[in-house]
Ligand binder design. Structure first.
Ligand SMILES: C[S@@+](CC[C@H](N)C(=O)[O-])C[C@H]1O[C@@H](n2cnc3c(N)ncnc32)[C@H](O)[C@@H]1O
Length: 245
C-alpha cells in the first residue's frame, strides 16, 4: 500500500479514509457517556487541566475564539465563565458530540454558535480569530499538519493556538501509567459505556501521538512562533502554545 495513504488508528495501521470513519464511529459511540467517562478516567483532573488552560490564556474582552474538536463544550463554557463578552465558536466534526455540547451549553444558559466542521478544512476566513483552542482533539485527527496549517490560516496576526493534549509522562511513572491505561481504562469503558474497544483506542492513540518536543516541531513547521509547552500532572497532558505574527 502507498505509505502516504497510511496512518494509525491506535496501534493499527489503516488508510487515511478509514481513520476518519473509525474516529467518527468512536465518538458516535462514546458521546452520551463522554463526560462521565472523562471524570472517571481522570478522577476529575480533566476539569483542572481545562481550567489551567483558561487561566493561562490572556485575551482581551470581545476576543474571537475558535474552540475546535470542542465536543461536550467544557472549554467553551470555561471561557464564557471567565468573560461572557468573548465571542466563541463551538465546533466539532462529529454531530453526536456537537449535540451533547449544545445541550450542555443551553442547559447552562449559554447561547453561542455551534458549527459542524472538520479542523482540516475550516469554514472560516483568513486572519479572523484571536485564539484557537483544541482540547484532546489533535490526537484524533488524520492529518495533524493540515489541521495546524488551517489553524494558522484563520488566526489573525498576534493570535495564538492553545493545544491541550495527552503527552509523554515523566519516565519513572510510565510503568504504573501503562498498567492503569491498558488494564483499567478499557474495563471502565466496558462497565460504564458498554464500549471497551473505543477506550482501547483512546489509550493506544495517546502512545502514538507526538510527544512534547515533536509537537513543538510540528507547530514550528507550520509557521507558529514563540512556541512553548507546559507539562501538567507529570506530562500526562501538556499545554502547547504558538503565535502567528
Ligand atoms: C476527546 S474529544 C475532546 C472533546 C473536548 N474538546 C474535551 O476536551 O473534552 C475529541 C473530539 O475531537 C473531534 N474530532 C476528531 N477529529 C476531528 C476533526 N478532524 N475536526 C474536528 N473535530 C475532530 C471528535 O469528534 C471529538 O469530539
Amino acid at each position: 500500500m502507498n505509505n502516504k495513504k497510511i496512518t494509525h488508528f491506535g496501534y493499527e495501521a489503516i488508510t487515511k479514509e478509514e481513520k476518519s470513519k473509525k474516529v467518527n464511529a468512536v465518538f458516535d459511540s462514546v458521546a452520551i457517556n463522554y463526560d462521565l467517562m472523562n471524570n472517571l478516567m481522570s478522577l476529575g483532573l480533566h476539569h483542572v487541566w481545562k481550567k489551567i488552560l483558561i487561566e493561562t490564556t490572556t485575551l482581551k474582552p470581545k476576543s474571537k475564539i475558535l474552540d475546535i474538536a470542542a465536543g461536550t463544550a467544557d472549554i467553551s463554557i470555561e471561557f464564557l465563565k471567565k468573560n461572557k463578552e468573548f465571542k466563541i465558536f463551538h465546533t466539532d466534526i462529529n454531530l453526536s458530540m456537537l449535540k451533547e455540547g449544545k445541550k450542555k451549553l443551553i442547559n447552562q444558559g449559554k447561547i453561542i454558535s455551534s458549527i459542524l466542521c472538520d479542523a482540516e478544512a475550516l469554514p472560516f476566513e483568513n486572519n479572523y480569530f484571536d485564539c484557537v483552542t483544541i482540547g484532546f482533539g489533535l490526537r484524533n485527527m488524520t492529518n495533524k499538519e493540515r489541521a495546524l496549517k488551517e489553524i494558522y490560516r484563520v488566526l489573525s496576526p498576534g493570535g495564538k493556538v492553545i493545544i491541550l493534549e495527552f503527552s509523554k509522562i515523566w519516565q519513572p511513572l510510565s510503568k504504573a501509567y501503562d498498567i492503569f491505561s491498558f488494564k483499567i481504562v478499557p474495563k471502565l469503558g466496558k462497565l460504564f459505556a458498554k464500549d471497551e474497544e473505543s477506550y482501547k483506542y483512546l489509550v493506544e492513540s495517546i502512545r502514538m501521538h507526538p510527544d512534547q518536543n515533536k509537537l513543538i516541531e510540528l507547530l514550528n513547521e507550520q509557521g507558529f512562533e514563540k512556541t512553548s509547552f507546559m507539562n501538567l500532572s507529570a506530562g500526562i497532558v501538556a499545554i502547547h502554545k504558538g503565535y502567528k505574527f
